[in-house]
Design a protein around this ligand. Structure first.
Ligand SMILES: Cc1cc2nc3c(=O)[nH]c(=O)nc-3n(C[C@H](O)[C@H](O)[C@H](O)COP(=O)(O)OP(=O)(O)OC[C@H]3O[C@@H](n4cnc5c(N)ncnc54)[C@H](O)[C@@H]3O)c2cc1C
Length: 273
């Protein structure tokens, strides 16, 4: 994903909503060459330029947890996971901090004929899951089954469920199996998953290779990568031929999931999975 930072704003509020989740509200939003089109997809996200105390800002991806168009205010929920420019900024963010972000985009799009919806992921998926649940239309909507893993039970949040919905807080090692269990039905549905890259790959593999579900019935996203630094060092050292073949895949006119399949083959050959 490439970030084209266009919009800017400043922090107008910060509060800890659970021990490891900080809500930062951005106001005074100034719009670059294009108005931010928020409110299209409930899982929409953007790259935000995170201030770094001694150096250039870095880009990290965050979900628009809430967008109050009338007030021109945006909430983002950042997980405190330890070390990293974004988590460290979340821990110290102060009123007045300047931030910039790019055009939001999202993927959540259950098909009209879905008789059930599953939302699954780890703590980083909680902002999107919370917003998807909140923004459900009033019309008869299919039941939503939610599976989430958070390390500390104190990070569980109240979620706006309706009759027929289900919610399971699970341990990290149960996230993938519990997600796959939701697919054991012949009724048409829709599954949305976001979380650590290797968990995402296991879910995606099951849906695409084993169940061979059509792509409009699921969406899987890797939101973060364990041992990112080590992986990045190996990715950067992978050699020109690898990077050229990867660029060819992403500039091809194949659909997104086919591109992902081909990219994964290249990563696997390179020992980068
Ligand atoms: C589309 C999208 C939407 C996202 N939305 C949100 C959101 O709303 N809220 C949110 O909190 N996150 C969200 N994320 C995840 C967030 O972008 C990553 O966790 C990001 O890596 C955090 O950056 P950092 O600077 O704190 O750490 P980095 O510099 O990226 O990483 C530093 C170290 O921390 C590890 N690490 C990174 N993230 C985590 C984590 N979550 N848990 C444990 N270890 C981690 C890395 O492996 C690395 O070793 C989203 C990601 C994407 C792609």
């Amino acid at each position: 994903m490439t970030a084209h930072i266009r919009h800017s704003g400043r922090v107008i509020a910060r509060r800890e909503i659970t021990p490891h989740m900080v809500r930062v509200t951005i106001g005074d939003i100034r719009i670059g060459d294009e108005a931010p089109t928020l409110g299209i997809r409930a899982d929409e996200f953007f790259a935000i330029s995170v201030p770094v105390p001694s150096g250039e800002p870095v880009h990290r991806y965050y979900t628009a947890r809430a967008w109050r168009a009338e007030a021109g205010e945006l909430d983002i929920d950042l997980m405190l996971h330890g070390e990293g420019p974004a988590t460290e900024w979340a821990a110290r963010a102060a009123i007045g901090d300047q931030v910039a972000f790019d055009q939001p985009r999202g993927h959540y799009a259950p098909p009209e004929d879905a008789t059930w919806i599953a939302l699954s992921g780890d703590a980083t998926a909680l902002p999107a899951i919370g917003r998807i649940l909140e923004e459900r239309t009033a019309r008869a909507a299919p039941p939503i089954h939610v599976v989430i893993s958070v390390e500390d039970p104190a990070d569980r949040q109240e979620l706006p469920l309706r009759a027929g919905d289900t919610l399971r807080w699970v341990d990290a090692d149960q996230l993938v199996p519990e997600t796959l269990a939701l697919t054991e039905t012949t009724l048409p549905g829709y599954l949305w998953f976001a979380g650590e890259a290797s968990d995402m790959r296991r879910v995606r593999h099951h849906l695409r290779r084993e169940l061979t579900w059509p792509t409009h019935r699921w969406m899987t996203m890797g939101y973060w990568r364990r041992d990112r630094e080590r992986w990045l060092a190996r990715y950067e050292a992978a050699g020109e031929a690898f990077h050229r073949r990867l660029a060819d895949v992403y500039s091809s006119d194949e659909d997104d999931e086919t591109q992902t399949d081909r990219a994964e083959e290249l990563y696997a050959q390179q020992g980068l999975l």
